[in-house]
Design a protein around this ligand. Structure first.
Ligand code: AMP
Length: 421
């Protein structure tokens, strides 16, 4: 290979931007941890059937975007395009649903969709997700939305809007489905869209092609078909959000790209991102466990995109959270000093001081340049002659001020110096 390039639609995360991704994941996780969500990890691939049944046969994800392959052993597997199906599979496999309910879980990882790459849309991307299983309580729907908003707030994002809808339950959907299908039948649809309209007409509402805009705008709305229970659930979610001081916009046409949603559905959008404006989304999926062959186990959850959250921070001109800078840079001059410095660095790191040193027998000029580049506040310079004299030079890099400190005293001296600069 003469050139190196990451596969199309993927990118490498390099320092210092990589730190921003870690910080975003942490910021999303913190409110979840405070709300009793436990961390779960599941495999990056699952049996293909899980996603086909779970995410839905009529979705773009299943029909066009899955990385599916046959293993050497003949198993059909797929790189996970989303997190909920795998987490639910794990909950059922390990009978977590037989313990205390709700089961509250969060996770963080890589997801894979063969999409047309563009800014904010990748074939390999990162999400942090949360799921609450075994509850139909609308307070839990609201809790999850509030926790996501807390994460955005903690990150300093001010332009995230919440779009909210209810897709109704099995009580409301059939009548709506009939009405929507009748409406779609009035148009001359291409074969693929017609197939969609038959399998899951709600999917058609998510079609962004301009030629369908009028048809979609004039389609009947699910909210006019909600059963009394579904309406009450939705009203309870809205009341709980209002009580939490969270603002939202009603989005009666919001359907999202996965088939499993029932009742509450929501999306978090950011206006600084252009076409790929959704920074996160989720909803309730009371029928999903059954559709993957399990018992009835209602649930609600969301996934927030880490990549797009970082883009949103950049769009708002926020300083990206960076790496914690080094405290100290150690410069050995001479072979004996090198050994002593390596030991010193170990001692300092054990004492909690972020320390690096010059390697490869670098001369004083090159080593001091490395010290400046490291971002450390102080350099410790130790030559073989200093070693004999039993003292090191501690240099404040910004001012150039330098003092000799006895070697035996060095670690406690530096710890105190860094605590009270
Ligand atoms: P979804 O699983 O489609 O509901 O997506 C949830 C969130 O994950 C979205 O709001 C995006 O922030 C993010 N996301 C989904 N697909 C991609 C992708 N192809 N590239 C980057 N981020 C994505």
């Amino acid at each position: 290979m003469s050139t190196f390039a990451a596969p199309k639609g993927t990118f490498d995360l390099l320092p210092p931007r990589g730190e921003a991704f870690l910080a975003v994941r942490e910021a999303i996780a913190a409110p979840l941890r405070r709300a009793g969500y436990g961390y779960v990890e599941t495999p990056a691939f699952e049996e293909t059937a899980l996603f086909a049944r779970g995410v839905g046969e009529s979705t773009d994800i299943v029909t066009k975007e899955m990385y599916s392959f046959e293993t050497r052993g003949g198993d059909q597997v797929t790189l996970r395009p989303e997190g909920t199906a795998g987490v639910l599979r794990a909950v059922l496999e390990h009978h977590l649903d037989k313990g205390g309910l709700p089961v509250k879980l969060w996770y963080s990882g890589s997801y894979y969709r063969y999409e047309r790459p563009q800014k904010g849309r990748y074939r390999h991307f990162s999400q942090v997700g949360a799921e609450a299983l075994g509850t139909e309580d609308p307070l839990v729907d609201a809790e999850l939305v509030v926790l996501a908003m807390e994460a955005y707030r903690a990150l300093g994002l001010t332009r995230v809007r919440l779009l909210l809808n209810s897709l109704g339950s099995a009580q409301s959907r059939p009548a709506y489905r009939d009405a929507l299908q009748a409406h779609l039948a009035t148009a001359d649809l291409d074969p693929e869209t017609r197939r969609r309209a038959e399998i899951n007409p709600l999917r058609v509402l998510d079609d962004k092609r301009p030629e369908l805009a009028d048809l979609i705008a004039s389609a009947p709305l699910l909210q006019d078909f909600l059963s009394a229970d579904d309406r009450a659930h939705h009203d309870a979610v809205r009341t709980a959000l209002a009580d939490a001081g969270v603002e939202w916009e009603d989005a009666p046409r919001l359907v999202r790209g996965l088939d499993y949603y029932t009742r509450t559905t929501f999306e978090f959008v950011h206006d600084g991102l252009g076409a790929q404006s959704a920074v996160g989304g989720g909803g309730r999926y009371d029928g999903l466990a059954e559709s993957i062959g399990g018992p009835r186990l209602p649930g609600v959850g969301w996934a927030l995109g880490v990549d797009r959250t970082v883009l949103a921070l950049e769009a708002e001109g926020r300083a990206l959270p960076g790496a914690t800078p080094l405290d100290l840079f150690v410069v050995p001059l001479g072979e004996a000093a090198r050994r002593r410095c390596a030991a010193l660095v170990t001692g300092l790191r054990r004492a909690g001081v972020a320390t690096d040193m010059a390697y490869d027998g670098r001369g004083v000029k090159g080593a001091m340049k490395a010290a400046d580049r490291s971002g450390a506040a102080y350099a410790v310079i130790l030559g073989d002659r200093d070693l004999e004299a039993g003292a090191a030079q501690v240099k404040h890099l910004a001012s150039g001020e330098q003092t000799a400190v006895p070697l035996d005293d060095l670690v406690p001296h530096l710890v105190t110096l860094l605590e009270n600069p």
